[in-house]
Ligand binder design. Structure first.
Ligand code: PRP
Ligand code: MN
Ligand code: MG
Length: 178
């Protein structure tokens, strides 16, 4: 089966506006503080790069990345997620914000927040661009959320299908082509 881009779910303009609002909120919440922003490769890269440019200079922002294994869908639903590239930063006693493109089942974020909490940061918050509540298997508290979306397969703005379409500036629904 092959897949094709269907309609735009969230336009470039809508994303831009919302990312600006999130940046403004984060700027307020962390004003005068140092904040380590941890992006989850690869999906979060586009969102993170726009988000950090909307956080003003009142926040001392540092950026780091980690990558988790996806193992294919079946293993992921078993809840087994593994860090394959860790952050370089020691986060003990620091304010940390995990940035993700999407919370789907929530398994990635629940695993990551557990692992990060073991490192004893002063505070840990989570920021996602998209949240798909219908798919949650694991409940994780999201502190900053861009959009709540229905259970559709989406790509663009960092999100991929088989590694493709991350570069699209809007978020599209993908459907099987007939
Ligand atoms: C996707 C997405 C999130 C995760 C969400 O990553 O970018 O990281 O899955 O799913 P979950 O809530 O069910 O755990 P993916 O494994 O596709 O890797 P990628 O970011 O490199 O595309
Ligand atoms: Mn991802
Ligand atoms: Mg992916």
């Amino acid at each position: 089966m092959s897949y094709e881009l269907s309609e735009i779910l969230i336009s470039e303009e809508e994303i831009k506006k919302r990312v600006m609002e999130l940046g403004r909120q984060i700027s307020k919440d962390y004003a005068g503080k140092e904040l380590i922003i941890v992006g989850v490769l690869k999906g979060a890269v586009i969102f993170l790069s726009d988000l950090v440019r909307n956080i003003d200079s009142s926040v001392k922002v540092k950026i780091d990345f980690l990558a988790v294994s996806s193992y294919g869908a079946s293993t992921k639903t078993s809840g087994i997620v593994r860090i394959i590239k860790d952050i370089d930063t020691d986060i003990k006693g620091c304010e940390v914000l995990i940035v993700e493109d999407i919370m789907d089942t929530g398994l990635t974020l629940s695993y990551l927040s557990r692992i990060m909490m073991e490192r004893e940061p002063r505070g840990l918050k989570i920021c996602v661009l998209l949240d798909k509540p219908e798919r949650h298997q694991s409940e994780v508290n999201i502190d900053y959320c861009g959009f709540t979306i229905p259970d559709e397969f989406v790509v663009g703005y960092g999100l991929d299908y088989a590694g493709l379409w991350r570069n699209l500036p809007s978020i599209y629904v993908v459907r099987p082509s007939i």
